[in-house]
Design a protein around this ligand. Structure first.
Ligand code: ZN
Length: 183
């Protein structure tokens, strides 16, 4: 059985930047992986684990050839960087415990524990799973776009300085860009 975990000690000697880890219970080893590198296997003790967002297959993140097919609505958001109407998205009001993955490539992006109700009409998160989201300033310099770091699919925009939560960050994400996976 394999599951998706975080390693408390992190990798590359950086305890403040734990990366997603896969743990193979049978082999008693975990497979450390960053979004842009080939997985490597390392022996680790079970005590290094502090978070279990979901049970998952080892190939949680999909290669381009296996990306999920998109509906025309999803394509308008994810590929052509559209925005769904506020208060219409499936996950705007959603408080189940689990993780949100990219709708196209299923890379883990957000934990439900970082979701909060901003009242803005779109799912809001004050943090991302480390390394999972890329920030791209809009050409007009007014907003910062966020995309899936694995497949570059459009997610929405990120805002700072609104003081919604202590982290003072709001990832404003289209429901059509993400998929919920129960913990
Ligand atoms: Zn993706």
């Amino acid at each position: 059985m394999a599951a998706f975990f975080y390693c408390k000690s992190g990798i590359l000697g950086n305890p403040n930047n734990p990366m997603p880890q896969y743990w193979d219970n049978v082999e008693n080893q975990h497979i450390t992986t960053t979004l842009n590198s080939t997985p490597t296997q390392t022996k680790h003790s079970i005590t290094c684990i502090f978070f279990v967002p979901c049970s998952a297959k080892l190939n949680l993140m999909k290669e381009k050839k296996d990306w999920n097919p998109l509906t025309p609505d999803e394509e308008r958001i994810i590929v052509r960087k559209g925005t769904e109407y506020p208060f219409t998205g499936q996950y705007n009001k959603w408080d189940e415990q689990g993780i949100f993955v990219c709708r196209r490539c299923e890379a883990p992006l957000y934990k439900s524990s970082d979701k909060f109700d901003s009242g803005c009409g779109w799912p809001s998160f004050d943090d991302e799973i480390p390394g999972s989201v890329k920030r791209i300033p809009d050409p007009d310099g007014r907003r910062v776009e966020i995309v899936c770091a694995n497949c570059d699919g459009h997610l929405g925009h990120v805002f700072n300085g609104e003081h919604f939560t202590p982290k003072d960050t709001r990832h404003c994400v289209n429901s059509l860009s993400i998929l919920f996976k129960k913990a």
